[in-house]
Write a protein that binds this ligand. Structure first.
Ligand code: HEM
Length: 419
């Protein structure tokens, strides 16, 4: 029976962790400890690690990890099938973020399966549609240029530019605050909370961050209920799908998931791309020289630098490539690996702006395909255009060691630049 998001209950789904919790139906020759998101080899070069899965591991293997045991799927074709079959691969209970079982809520829309899922998407899809996000173009340009002004002033005064801190994180947050109808004064605090929640190895810090985010968002929702405006928080707070207002838990679960889904993913994408731009001057020049191809350039960069995964739970037994998976098994589609599937994207690690057009999986496909995908594409496009206009030549600061932290969204911690 589909879950009732107005009256949430914690899912009763087993989470298996460690070698002694491998279900009996998993063949021993498919068990691996790949180290995805946590191991030293992954952290030394996450995208190379995920590309190598295609020759180091079978296309479907059972990964045993401190983060939880689950099937990993790396083939593009299998991901297209799984992500387009929510009746088999369910989202209910598939999200890793812990919540207080005594004050439980669902992350909306990500944890809701069809048919209920659509009613939530209908509320906000017009804002995030290709036409809807075009209205934000001038604003994103202005926010980008304000940040570059500040960076140039800092560099002129003898300071240095650390891309993630000066541009990669503040740009998406300031655009997000504008869309949500929240004050720009919260920009640095939101960056701090997002980093504590999504990039800390310390569960106490994550819990404290979640408590701060919850308190702030609940207050903001109450304020918008009393004083409606045209931001997304107000839109959700006043929505009445099928003539019924959303419950407080639905409103909070929706607004809170936008915070989780809409910030770190864009930070990581920009930070990955700028690290690569700093190391590839000829590609920078190619982007500058081909302004008419900017959309296909962005698409290829999103393929090469995709940053996250899709987690699902099997809603029934299902066999793929001769591997028998059972109802209740957890599954992760390794989207960056799917974007490096050599059968679909030959020579996958090369950035080639002239690749034949294929479905990229950076934003997933199917009912849960990223609601912010058009916004994210526009942010990356405008950031590239405005930055390269003003700072066409830059390098990574000599001697920099790039570091990644474990987590479900992959991007470098810091990208110090010089020019
Ligand atoms: C480059 C940036 C982004 C990337 C790579 C990204 C990636 C993804 C992926 C892979 C999913 C599907 C997860 C799954 O299948 O389990 C997703 C879902 C989602 N994303 Fe994004 N995202 C980005 C930006 C954004 C932004 C800017 C927003 C909103 C402001 C956003 C809001 C959402 C929402 C609400 C969902 C859930 C959709 C649903 O369940 O129907 N994302 N995103």
């Amino acid at each position: 029976m589909p879950i009732d998001a107005a009256n949430p209950v914690p899912p009763n789904l087993p989470r298996h962790v460690g070698m002694d919790q491998i279900p009996d139906h998993v063949p021993s020759d498919l068990v691996r400890q790949s180290g995805l998101t946590v191991g030293p080899e992954f952290l030394a070069g996450p995208h190379d690690f995920m590309a190598a899965l295609h020759h180091k591991q079978p296309p479907i293997y059972y990964d045993v990890s401190p983060m939880g045991n689950m099937w990993h799927l790396t083939k593009h074709e299998d991901a297209l099938f799984g992500l387009r079959h929510p009746d088999i691969f369910s989202n209910e209970g598939a999200t890793p973020f812990p919540r207080d079982p005594n004050d439980y809520f669902y992350f909306i829309p990500i944890e809701i399966d069809p048919p209920h899922h659509r009613k939530y998407r209908n509320i906000v899809d017009p804002v995030f549609s290709p036409k809807g996000v075009l209205k934000l173009e001038e604003l994103i340009r202005r926010r980008s240029n304000d940040l570059i002004d500040a960076i140039e002033a800092k560099v002129a005064a003898g300071g240095t530019c650390e891309f993630t801190e000066d541009f990669g994180r503040p740009l998406p947050v300031s655009v997000f605050l504008d869309i949500m109808g929240l004050p720009q004064a919260m920009r640095d605090t939101f960056v701090e909370w997002a980093m504590e929640l999504l990039h800390s190895n310390d569960r106490a810090i994550m819990g404290q961050a979640m408590a701060k985010i919850t308190a702030y968002l609940k207050e903001a929702i109450a304020e918008k209920k009393a004083h409606p405006d045209d931001g997304v928080v107000s839109l959700i707070a006043h929505a009445e799908p099928d003539g019924v207002p959303l419950s407080d838990k639905e409103i909070f679960g929706f607004v809170c998931f936008l915070f989780i889904g809409g910030l770190d993913t864009v930070f990581a994408t920009l930070n990955n791309i700028w690290l690569w731009l700093a190391q590839n001057p000829e590609k920078r020049q190619e982007i500058i020289d081909r302004p008419e191809d900017i959309d296909r350039i962005v698409e290829e960069l999103l393929r090469r630098w995709s940053v996250t995964f899709s987690g699902r739970v099997l809603d029934r037994d299902h066999e793929m490539r001769g591997v028998q998976m059972k109802k209740g098994d957890r599954v992760t589609f390794i989207l960056p690996a799917c974007n490096f599937d050599p059968e679909v994207f030959p020579d996958p690690m090369t950035v080639d702006f002239d690749r034949p057009r294929k479905t990229i999986l950076a934003f997933t496909v199917g009912v849960h395909s990223c609601m912010g995908g058009h916004l994210a594409r526009l942010e990356v496009k405008i950031a590239l255009q405005e930055w390269l206009k003003r700072v066409p030549n830059f390098d990574l600061q000599p001697g920099t060691r790039i570091e990644y932290r474990p987590g479900g969204v992959i991007g470098p911690e810091a990208v110090p630049l010089v020019w």
